[in-house]
Design a protein around this ligand. Structure first.
Ligand SMILES: C[S@@+](CC[C@H](N)C(=O)[O-])C[C@H]1O[C@@H](n2cnc3c(N)ncnc32)[C@H](O)[C@@H]1O
Length: 248
């Protein structure tokens, strides 16, 4: 149900995260991308990162996602940008997807570390795909900006206190894997606002077009809860960033 709700909520998004387009391209520069480099993007969504990086930097990208709705949008975007020969997407569960060993210059998972039961497990899963010692892992992950009030855990993470930590705690989790954090780009308030608030309008559009749909009440309740959680706690306490990591 939650996947279907996200597919509706993110109808008008290209990037399914609080990242801006400028930050997406800046990240590509940080990764020193060159033509012919290969990237695997787990949970690629609409594959905006792979498509834009293929068009701008000349990389070749493989994307994996569970949503056929998002993957259809990814294929359309690849054609639109003239990179359909460079970007290939596959529908699969990334938590069990067999990553080709030593095959990629970049392995990314931007905003879906549940595929490895958290940040540490996701890094462990991704790292087998890296080709060279200086290849990059890119992980998009939320963090707590400040210690939130107790009620924020229930509102923002469904009561899970351990899922996310502070920025310093995120660094510790990365270091626990034996990897090195070498760069990062953090979301801004305005990036978060675009990611979250665009969902409200897309859902409102959908509810107006499908007032009698059997999922309408549940979708409305999901949106109401998420919007209130963002206004009350998320915007103030919940950060998000892409962490650029190397092995060793
Ligand atoms: C927050 S979105 C991020 C998408 C993309 N990385 C981006 O930044 O635009 C999370 C994505 O994970 C996908 N997803 C969720 N669970 C998955 C799984 N087990 N295997 C593959 N994809 C999954 C969703 O369909 C969605 O596209």
């Amino acid at each position: 149900m939650s996947l279907r709700f996200h597919e509706i909520a993110e109808t008008n998004h290209r990037i399914l995260n609080p990242f801006t387009e400028a930050q997406l391209m800046q990240l590509g520069t940080i990764c020193r991308l060159r033509p012919g480099m290969r990237q695997l993007d787990l949970c690629c969504g609409k594959a905006e990162m792979l498509c834009r990086w293929a068009a701008h930097f000349g990389i070749e990208g493989a994307g994996v996602d569970i949503s056929s709705v998002f993957l259809d949008a990814a294929s359309a975007r690849a054609s639109e940008l003239g990179v359909a020969q460079q970007v290939h997407v596959t529908q699969a569960d990334a938590s069990t997807y067999p990553i080709a060993p030593n095959a990629f210059d970049v392995v990314s998972c931007i905003g879906a570390t549940w595929i490895g039961n958290g940040l540490v497990g996701t890094i462990e899963k991704m790292r087998v795909g890296l080709r060279a010692a200086d290849s990059f892992l890119l992980v998009g992950e939320p963090f707590w900006i400040d210690e939130p009030p107790e009620a924020a855990y229930a509102a923002v993470t469904g009561g899970d206190r351990a899922a996310y930590t502070t920025l310093a705690g995120t660094l510790e989790r990365i270091e626990h894997t034996g990897c090195t954090l070498v760069e990062m780009i953090l979301a801004t308030h305005s990036g978060w606002d675009r990611y979250v608030a665009m969902q409200w309008m897309a859902i409102d559009d959908w509810l107006r077009a499908h007032p009698a749909h059997p999922d309408a009440a549940a979708l409305r309740a999901w949106n109401d809860q998420g919007r209130r959680a963002y206004m009350e706690y998320g915007r103030r306490y919940f950060g998000w960033g892409v962490f650029v990591i190397r092995q060793g």
